[in-house]
Ligand binder design. Structure first.
Ligand code: HEM
Length: 467
């Protein structure tokens, strides 16, 4: 699992060693299910396009920037979410933004966009700061030399943030239920060999029947009740994200969403919007622990800009290095490692014929480590994201939030959240790995840390200074 001596990935940072040759078929399928990022050979980090056949169907991995633009923008109408994405997500998420297509998607995206713009995100930032401070208070009670699992802590704090943003005071019961449901859903819905063989949905999905009901049923009931109460008495509730979704009207035509549609969007936002940021934070803590010089630079910025006080929305555009650290962390460990589409009709990409029905994958994990796009791709260097260097970067070479019309609707939310969490907690704490704890990125739906991330907390300026 180390990458020593490998020119593609960093010598010191954990990543699968790219294999010199492609994996034989069944090993490839096993790798895809266990951790998609282990399925790639060296060629995937070097070529513009690679092709693999799977049970008569074609899969293309595209690294060429013009081709990526074609898939995400110029010919985006030809590339829809894959059948596999729908099989795995639709039973739980219904027709939320992630799974819907065409006119339904367009109308809902338009209707929901104002709830995620910079002004709305600014209104949510006190919740982010509050949750970060609560976590800090919890950390102050952790006995010295006790390791904590930072990935669990980050999941909890991001879940708290999204629940309070969505439901205000009604969020308490929901957090506990969701924490259980989201993990179970993801594990039980993983693609199986029958999906990959292209078996019909009902047959391949037999093992999954009832999973959505079993894992998300309880969550569903609470949401349905809240939507019903809120719709009945619209004036008597806080103006949280749920209220905004219920009240939202399409600017073209004025239609709102039905209760079922609001439910699908709520659960979609929950699932899309907490684990991703939690993983971005987990990898950021890990990277900082391995790079004391960059960590010192981060601390210097926090001391200058905040001088010990909690960050607010007005600090976000001053915490430039803090954000550069988060951006570089999402380059090395992109929480969404793969973006997949299916070609509706034949197309040509990088001079290759893409038959109708082919799967086209844009893989941030590969793209962010591609030898043609990055100098020393395996090195952690937040300076790559300085405002000057960012403006020079080739478009589509950095895609943590995807691109084109289906770019992450929560990108501004996530960046504000990650910056506030990092700024609040790093002001008080330095995190170091528990010696001997194995670190391995695992590509499930998000890029998780396979063994969690056991770290020790040290108060800055003396042991446990945060308390
Ligand atoms: C660091 C954190 C995050 C990362 C890396 C991330 C990444 C992504 C990516 C790559 C996509 C595009 C997928 C595709 O094109 O197939 C996406 C879509 C989406 N994300 Fe995020 N996301 C993050 C946080 C959030 C948050 C905080 C929310 C909500 C509060 C959110 C809600 C969504 C939704 C609803 C979509 C579907 C958008 C559409 O298709 O119109 N995400 N995200």
């Amino acid at each position: 699992m180390t990458t020593l001596g490998n020119p593609v990935a960093a010598p010191a940072l954990p990543a699968p060693i790219p294999r010199p040759r492609r994996l034989p078929f069944f090993q490839f399928v096993r790798a895809l299910r266990d951790s998609a990022i282990t399925s790639f050979a060296q060629e995937a980090y070097e070529l513009d396009i690679i092709e693999r056949k799977m049970f008569g169907r074609r899969i293309f991995v595209v690294n060429d920037l013009a081709a990526i633009k074609q898939v995400l923008i110029d010919n985006a109408a030809n590339y829809r979410k894959t059948e596999l994405t729908r099989r795995i997500l639709e039973p739980g998420l219904g027709r939320g933004l992630i799974t819907s297509e065409g006119e339904v998607w367009r109308q809902h995206r338009r209707t929901m966009s104002p709830a995620f713009d910079h002004r709305s995100v600014a209104a949510y930032t006190p919740i982010m700061t509050g949750a970060a401070e609560e976590l800090m208070a919890e950390w102050s009670k952790v006995p010295a030399d006790t390791g904590i699992d930072v990935s669990t802590a980050m999941m909890e704090v991001t879940l708290n943030i999204i629940s309070r943003t969505m439901f205000s005071n009604d969020s308490d019961d929901i957090v506990e239920i969701m924490a259980r449901s989201a993990g179970d859903y993801q594990l039980e819905m993983r693609p199986n060999i029958f999906d990959m063989m292209g078996w019909p949905k009902w047959l391949a999905g037999l093992a999954r029947s009832g999973v959505a009901q079993r894992t998300l049923g309880e969550f569903d009931k609470i949401i349905d009740r809240l939507i019903e109460e809120r719709t009945r008495n619209p004036g008597s509730h806080p103006k949280d994200l749920l209220a905004r979704l219920i009240a939202a009207r399409d600017e073209q035509g004025g239609a709102g969403m039905t209760a079922q549609e609001v439910r699908d969007q709520v659960i979609t936002i929950f699932l899309a919007g907490h684990e991703t940021t939690a993983m971005a934070m987990t990898w950021t803590w890990f990277l900082l622990s391995q790079h004391p010089a960059e960590e010192a630079k981060l601390h210097a910025e926090l001391d200058t800009v905040l001088g010990g006080r909690a960050p607010g929305n007005e600090d976000l555009n001053k915490l430039i290095y803090t954000r550069m650290v988060v951006e570089e962390s999402m380059r090395i460990y992109p929480p969404v490692h793969t973006i997949a589409r299916q070609a509706m009709t034949e197309d040509t990409l990088v001079g290759r014929r893409i038959p109708k029905g082919s799967t086209v994958m844009i893989v941030p994990w590969l793209l962010h480590r591609h030898v043609k796009l990055w100098d020393q791709p395996g090195r952690f260097d937040p300076e790559r994201f300085s405002p000057e260097r960012s403006s020079e970067r080739a478009r589509f070479s950095y895609l943590p939030f995807g691109g084109g019309k289906r770019i992450c609707i929560g990108a501004a939310f996530a960046l504000a959240e990650a910056t506030i969490l990092l700024a609040t907690l790093a002001q008080r704490y330095t995190l170091r790995m528990v010696p001997g704890h194995p670190v391995e990125p695992q590509g499930l739906i998000t890029l998780r840390a396979r063994h969690g991330m056991k770290m020790l907390l040290t108060g800055r300026g003396g042991p446990r200074a945060g308390g």
